[in-house]
Design a protein around this ligand. Sequence first.
Ligand SMILES: Nc1ncnc2c1ncn2[C@@H]1O[C@H](COP(=O)(O)OP(=O)(O)OP(=O)(O)O)[C@@H](O)[C@H]1O
Ligand SMILES: [Mg+2]
Length: 277
Amino acid sequence: MKGELAEMAYESAQPVLEEEATQKTSSPVIQVENLHKTYDLGEVQVHALRGVTLAIYPGEFVAIMGASGSGKSTFMNLIGCLDRPTKGRYLLEGQDVSKHSKQELARIRNRSIGFVFQGFNLLSRTSALENVELPMIYSGVSHVDRVRRSNEALKAVGLEGREGHHPSQLSGGQQQRVAIARALVNNPSIVVADEPTGNLDSRTSVEIMEIFQRLNNERGITILLVTHEHDIAQYAKRVVVFRDGKVRRDSLVENRLEAAKVITALPAIEQDEDEEA
Ligand SMILES: Nc1ncnc2c1ncn2[C@@H]1O[C@H](COP(=O)(O)OP(=O)(O)OP(=O)(O)O)[C@@H](O)[C@H]1O
Ligand SMILES: [Mg+2]
């Protein structure tokens, strides 16, 4: 109940996205129309998405919010071509992918979309470099190019010098950086992140948001990010709130936070806070 009240208070403080604000000159990178997803569990059917219509334009940074069970991950899985809708249309870069076969979806996914998950999903007995190489093995990149591109991606997320470390030898934030590097190596136009800061402390979360903002600003990568935290959503440009499998609210972020600036204002190390307390 408390969460719901906070959500309502937050929503009423946000400006509703005006029609004109969505009238972009370019065409949407993601366009879904009346998207439905029903999970058939034999005796029961779960209507996870009940008609979602949404357009996302190149270079947008969208935070997806909403209560647990409201359909956020289901939506992300459809957007990321990990699953197919029961009903409705999904145009990815203008191409209708809603009726694509699993193989076709896998090809598109590997080429256009990078994934980041809450639990990092790294291979534990494999170095950071090898984890980052994986998506390129599937897309047939030569060994020399894989190593070069993996090194570049790890450098871009601030992990130079950690290439040989296994996940257990890295902090949570560093593991998430490896996962982001892995999401970047095939040069995706979209990065989809499902609660990427859910397992991280607040400082590390801001550091991860700094990487997302940099990728969005400098490379124009479109970012969709699920979060439960309002302060994390403040780093996005737009917030879409789901409720019961539908879009309940769609608004622009006012007073957007800049992660790079927020970091400089944070205490240098967590320990300092403890000592002061
Ligand atoms: N594979 C599945 N099979 C059956 N039902 C599912 C499946 N995945 C999700 N659901 C159901 O669909 C609904 C939406 O789930 P979803 O995981 O999309 O919610 P969510 O908004 O991501 O929640 P959370 O914030 O807890 O991650 C829920 O009722 C859930 O139980
Ligand atoms: Mg979820």
